[in-house]
Design a protein around this ligand. Structure first.
Ligand SMILES: [Zn+2]
Length: 558
């Protein structure tokens, strides 16, 4: 007796599940279990109390499920479905861990950080809790997937089936939005960050944003800027060449600086030096981004935050202009790199240096950047050095969550510390202690830098600018670390320390009125000011320089 169609299908299903069925089951698991961070946040926001709230939450779960099914429908083939689902599961588990452990959300700038991170930063994030989340959220379904055979399929029939689940997924998605529209849209309006918690759609969207950026913006040749840059009158014969040190801080927030009124003395060395030549502390300074990858290129750009973020073109930055004007420029990096801003000037990464004095704990502490500094400067082109020198130190600073690793033992004065990267195991007090120790060590670096600058006074007139790239959350409102989208990030992630030190000779040659600067230092400034302020401070003449954005310009004596 010949097989009928239904008998044939029946014998097929005993051999395993159809790829589409696997997709539907695993997506449902991700929508429910993999969205722990979303459900937790809804509870925290008090949005799971009424029947209407719960209905909105159920519809959001349906949206995530439907979107995953529709997105992955094209991959529901015998050989591709398992790798695709395993990828989604791991992405969901990783995203959930970071959102739940540190209160971060996942958007494209956070994803850029993930891609640009170095092995040291990754090591800092590994812990038992991550392992457990991976095991529960991704491990269980992955084991089930591995042991579940996939039905052999005929490609025409599978294509039809996949097209159907794609359409069904799309239809369910639209229906779920329609059925909860009022509640859902009010939730999104009032709590913008919730959209970045839809897991792993947030990661997929961010990856899509990054991957399509070159397509959306077209190929981006690097455009030269400040081609008219020249050194001004203060470089006349008879004046010593300027030596400017720019220290780019990492994750230092203004709130914990004693200069900012913090009750604890986190900057004792600078406080002492300040008695002779006062530091100028800008009390109201704000970052361009909330993470290194977005802040660093922005602060060295001539465009300012708004134009920089809108810009489709790629431009040179501050250091290119300084070098073009004739100055010797050196970038020293104790972190994962300069995100492109030092590409065309002399640059050295010292984070793997073999200097026992500073690198004996498995990573090099920031003072390593002053080691050999004289020799590194002596190696810069002599003709440029004779005109002036700009040295940038890019700190490891207060990079978390393993704050305790950033500081050598002898500088840890605030105790007890949080000695794990899993901040949820520590008290707020321990976390703050470890964080404050990183600032006290930064104080050590800045004070040592000023002493080094003073020692160069026979041949140079020297100055220092210290400015952090962004701030940090230390558990306020349950949020840790940084990187929240700017519009919703708390002030702790955006209010940054910016300070200056000028040698008397630098100030007099440059006609800087220090008392005036002290008075002006309460003015609101941002990273938008850095480019123009450095050009002004170094008397580099170019049509790009905007005196309005130069924070030092109002205090030049006539
Ligand atoms: Zn940073």
């Amino acid at each position: 007796m010949p097989y009928t169609a239904s008998q044939f299908e029946g014998s097929d299903s005993r051999k395993g599940l159809n790829p589409a069925t696997l997709l539907i089951i695993v997506s449902l698991w991700i929508a429910i279990v993999g969205n722990g961070a979303l459900w937790q946040e809804m509870v925290k926001l008090g949005r799971l109390q009424t029947a209407k709230d719960i209905w909105v939450a159920i519809c959001m779960g349906l949206m995530i499920w439907a979107a995953l099914v529709a997105l992955a429908a094209l991959l529901a083939w015998r050989r591709s479905i398992k790798p695709a689902l395993i990828f989604l599961l791991i992405a969901a588990a990783l995203g959930m861990h970071f959102m739940m452990s540190y209160g971060v959300v996942i958007d494209d700038t956070m994803m850029v950080n993930v891609f640009q991170t170095d092995p040291r930063e990754t090591r800092d994030l590994l812990n038992l809790r991550l392992f457990i989340t991976l095991l529960l959220v991704a491990g269980i379904p992955i084991v089930w997937l591995v042991f579940t055979p996939v039905q052999p399929t005929k490609w025409r029939r599978q294509l039809l089936r996949n097209a159907l689940i794609l359409i069904a997924g799309g239809a369910l998605f639209i229906t779920a939005i329609a059925l909860s529209f009022q509640g859902f849209s009010s939730l999104m309006r009032n709590h913008k960050h919730v959209r970045y918690l839809l897991n792993p759609l947030n990661s997929l969207y961010a990856i899509g944003q990054i991957a399509t950026k070159p397509l959306r913006h077209g190929p981006q040749p690097l455009q030269a800027i400040g081609q008219d840059a020249k050194l001004g009158a203060s470089y006349a014969a008879g004046n010593k060449p300027p030596l400017l040190m720019i220290v780019v801080g990492e994750t230092a927030r203004a709130a914990n600086f004693s200069f900012n009124g913090y009750a604890r003395q986190t900057t004792p060395q600078m406080a002492q030096l300040s008695q002779a030549e006062p530091f100028i502390y800008w009390k109201d300074a704000w970052s361009c981004g909330t993470n290194t990858a977005s802040s660093l290129p922005c602060m060295f750009s001539h465009l300012g935050k708004e134009a920089f973020e809108d810009s489709k073109a790629r431009y040179e930055g501050l250091l290119d202009v300084l070098q073009r004007a004739g100055l010797a420029v050196l970038w020293l990096d104790n972190q994962s790199g300069c995100k492109g801003v030092c590409d065309r000037v002399e640059n050295v990464n010292v984070s793997q240096a073999k200097v026992p004095e500073h690198c004996s704990t498995g990573e090099c502490h920031d003072l390593v950047m002053l080691h050999d500094l004289d020799a590194r400067i002596a190696a810069l082109p002599a003709d440029k050095r004779a005109k002036g020198i700009v040295v940038v130190l890019h700190q490891m600073g207060s990079h978390g969550p393993a704050y305790f690793k950033r500081v050598p033992p002898e500088f840890k004065k605030f105790q007890p510390e949080c000695l794990t990267n899993n901040l949820s195991e520590c008290t707020r007090e321990q976390i703050t202690n470890s964080y404050d120790n990183t600032l006290a060590y930064t104080d050590q670096l800045l004070a040592s830098s000023v002493k080094w600058l003073k020692a160069q006074e026979k041949t140079s007139r020297s100055a220092m600018i210290y400015v952090s790239d962004h701030g940090e959350s230390l558990g306020e409102k349950g949020i840790y670390l940084h990187g929240l989208p700017y519009a919703i990030a708390p002030d702790e992630q955006k209010h940054i320390p910016w300070l200056n030190w000028f040698s008397p000779e630098f100030a007099s040659t440059q006609k800087l009125d220090i008392a005036c600067l002290q008075q002006n230092s309460a003015k609101r400034i941002t990273h938008d000011n850095l480019f123009h302020s450095v050009l002004g401070l170094l008397d580099v003449k170019t049509s790009l320089h905007s005196p309005k954005l130069d924070v030092y310009a109002p205090c030049l004596k006539p």
